[in-house]
Design a protein around this ligand. Structure first.
Ligand code: BGC
Length: 741
């Protein structure tokens, strides 16, 4: 449709119809045949009348071509102007094929892999009728207590966030949104949501503008520059003002400075929550604050529905704002081609042939393997030798629930289990015992009750627990090696899953302790959505393979990795803490005036634990052994806009082929504001044949040396820099250079 026509359409709309476009509700309402029931449940809570329902502009989390078409048909047949609905969804780590959770995807350090996963998700969900995806989530995350770190694609690093944000937005949107397989990307949650105090979800965020610009803003900025069509605001306050009604953030930074032209949507009920925050005095005030800040769509609250009209009647300026918002919404609908074809790409036939197809499942398995991080491998206990007797123990051995908390649409029927895979691969009778449940019922009940679900009582739970451990010991005794599959419950990480204890559940630790007494090599496959506190159990384990929540093809990917058909290459994007008391712990911290280099008393340290993280950012082993030597700079002085070429020699001292992520860090030694001890500036994921030697090059330029100073200027300062190259952020070779210009 031509732009002129859109304007004509806008002019034809009543104020109610305009405001309707700015409201998002759940789509189930349109699937009900019973009109009476439509006004109960969520709709009643939203205080929306039946009439207003047929004005709404978008719905949430309705997918499946048939369902989407049905909703669209019902809606359009009851709507005067027949403006199609937008279907927005949370396809966080895939649609029917669940890919590894975002934190895991980030650990691949492979933008091509992330691009391919995103393209498959995008294609699957687009033919299932999705128009917009609430992804990527790029909130910088330093605190493992926060349950949503599992959704953060870049983890604790701004550069990774920046690179991945751009990759994902482009992969979702392609060159033209109306093309098959493309959906609009909604980057979230702006802003600073990852910095919630004490890692408690929805909590306060307070930070200097300089800190915000330096670490938190770059990933959002990158998504906007890559053309993201939408932005979702965050639940938190940012320096005293809820992000959702933060004029400075939305008007000055997002719209003016970053030039964002797309749609801004609130998070779920976030406009109404500005009242609980103690910012808006009442609902009408909340509506005024949100429209004045520039929120185009109210997700799942009744604020715009019930108050925006009065505000428009009272003030022409507000009506002008409404017109602008509606124009943005209509423009996106037009870009998606919905005026020509309201079903978008929804197509039941393609859905049947494309979704979960064998080629994509095979691809998914390969991509999944890139996300695993080998944390420990003493005496090369991995890969497993097939002739050794292996005892498979743990609640994740025979479990298809390995897709993570945001995979509500995934098709679990195709998920294999590690048990199935071992039976298939090893072809002999496999030794297996469950050993324990993932969580004790009491813990599960806490989760269920918060969800309003009935609690479950287990008779004689502790007796049953003992019996399970005894059978596990009996099985383990028959084996040469114990392979444990343990981890978090999938509802222990994700939204509203903050935890003050980030160790493995107690019953699982007990199982480890009992099996350890057998003095057999023990390998842990770890399923989780956040960095886990491992210090109390790590010494008892010979190897640890971090697999996160690996998704549909996870079991197969894990089995092949353990058997040495594939080689781990993932690297951590979040530091693992020594214990929860160390949170937040991150590699790019400041030095302090009293850094902890020795055992002195009055230095910045803990009395009871080391200052360093347990596993650092960038860390991850391989079956290969990579040796870094001969770090060389072609010059040691950078004049202005010149580049310095850095070269490092890397030797694969092993009989395995594999990938290594070569990482380059820089420290600005003295600045007008203090600079972190290290910052990731570049990386390359390189393939090595057995015993291959490679010289890897990086170019460094002045842009990499820039930072936000106290006057909020993004500049590089003359002076000395340290440069580090290595396979993680701690084990590095060092050099120095100087910037003069
Ligand atoms: C979450 C968002 C999500 C939205 C819609 C909210 O609770 O914070 O990340 O996209 O719900 O489901």
């Amino acid at each position: 449709m031509k732009h002129k026509k859109i304007i004509e359409l806008l002019n034809e709309m009543t104020i109610e119809e305009k405001i309707g476009q700015m409201i998002q509700i759940t789509g189930d309402i349109f699937l009900s045949d019973d009109t009476k029931s439509m006004l109960t449940g969520p709709l009643k809570d939203l205080h929306l009348s039946k009439e207003k329902i047929y004005h709404v502009g978008s719905v949430l989390n309705i997918v499946g071509a048939e369902r989407v078409k049905k909703v669209q048909d019902t809606y359009l047949s009851n709507s005067r102007l027949k403006i199609p609905l937008l279907f927005m969804d949370d396809i966080i780590n895939g649609y029917k094929i669940a890919f590894p959770i975002p934190i895991a995807q980030g650990c691949s350090w492979n933008t091509q892999a992330i691009k391919e996963m995103t393209e498959i998700s995008s294609m699957e969900s687009s033919i299932a009728g999705a128009n917009v995806n609430f992804s990527p989530m790029v909130d910088l995350s330093r605190d493992a207590r926060w349950g949503r770190v599992m959704e953060s694609i870049g983890g604790e690093d701004p550069l990774l966030g920046e690179i991945y944000a751009k990759t994902m937005v482009k992969a979702y949107q392609g060159k033209k949104l109306s093309e098959i397989g493309k959906i609009a990307s909604c980057v979230k949650h702006i802003a600073g949501y990852g910095a919630v105090e004490a890692g408690r979800d929805y909590n306060t965020v307070d930070m200097s503008e300089r800190e915000f610009r330096q670490y938190y803003l770059p990933a959002y900025k990158s998504a906007i520059e890559a053309g993201a069509e939408m932005i979702m605001t965050s639940f938190n306050i940012l320096n005293g003002i809820p992000s959702t009604v933060n004029k400075w953030l939305i008007q000055e930074v997002i719209r003016k400075e970053l030039g964002f032209k797309g749609i801004i949507i609130s998070d779920y009920n976030a406009i109404e929550e500005t009242i609980a925050h103690g910012y808006s005095e009442n609902e009408r005030e909340a509506a005024r604050n949100a429209i004045n800040a520039g929120v185009d769509i109210d997700m799942m609250s009744s604020i715009y529905a019930n108050h925006l009209k009065d505000l428009c009647l009272e003030n022409q300026e507000i009506e002008n704002k409404v017109n602008k918002s509606v124009l943005r919404i209509l423009t996106l609908k037009n870009k998606l081609g919905l005026f020509e074809n309201p079903y978008g790409n929804a197509n039941e036939i393609k859905e049947k042939t494309y979704v979960m197809n064998a080629t994509n499942l095979e691809k998914a398995k390969k991509l999944t393997q890139e996300t695993f991080v080998l944390l420990k491998n003493n005496n090369h206990v991995l890969p497993l030798q097939k002739n050794r007797k292996i005892a498979l123990i743990g609640p994740y051995i025979d479990n298809i629930g390995i897709t993570g908390s945001w995979s509500m649409f995934s098709d679990r029927t195709k998920n294999d289990t590690i048990l199935d895979m071992f039976k298939e691969k090893i072809g002999i009778q496999v030794l297996y015992a469950k050993g324990c449940e993932i969580l004790r019922q009491e813990e599960i009940n806490k989760i269920l009750s918060a969800d309003g679900l009935p609690m479950v009582h287990v008779e004689n739970e502790s007796q049953k627990e003992k019996e399970m451990i005894i059978s596990a010991i009996q099985v383990a005794k028959k084996a040469d090696v114990i392979l444990l599959a343990l981890g978090e419950h999938y509802r222990q990480s994700g939204e509203a899953c903050s935890r003050s204890n980030i160790a493995l559940p107690e019953n699982q630790i007990e199982l480890i302790n009992e099996l350890y007494k057998l003095s057999k090599p023990m390998i842990l496959i770890l399923f989780n959505g956040r960095p886990i506190e491992l210090s109390s159990i790590e010494k008892k384990l010979d190897a640890i393979l971090e697999v996160w929540f690996p998704g549909t093809t996870g079991a197969k990917a894990i089995t092949e990795m353990l058997l040495g058909e594939e080689n781990p290459s993932g690297k951590l994007t979040m530091s693992f803490p020594q214990n929860v008391g160390q949170c937040p712990v991150y590699y790019n911290h400041y030095n302090t005036g009293r850094p902890h280099h020795n055992n002195l008393r009055y230095v910045s340290r803990y009395q009871d634990i080391p200052t360093e993280s347990f596993y650092p950012f960038g860390y991850g082993l391989s079956y290969c052994n990579f040796k870094y030597t001969e770090l060389y700079l072609n010059k040691h002085i950078m004049n202005g806009n010149e580049t310095i070429t850095v070269t490092v020699k890397i030797e694969n001292q092993s009989d395995y082929a594999g990938y290594e992520v070569v990482q380059l860090y820089i420290q600005d030694l003295y600045g007008s504001v203090v600079r972190p001890v290290k910052e990731l500036k570049a990386f390359k994921k390189e393939y090595f044949r057995p015993h291959e030697i490679k010289y890897i090059h990086f170019d460094i330029d002045m842009h990499m040396l820039k930072f936000w100073n106290n006057k909020l200027e993004f500049i590089a300062e003359n002076g000395e820099f340290k440069l580090f190259v290595g396979g993680d952020s701690e084990k590095v070779l060092e050099e120095k250079f100087e910037l003069t210009y």
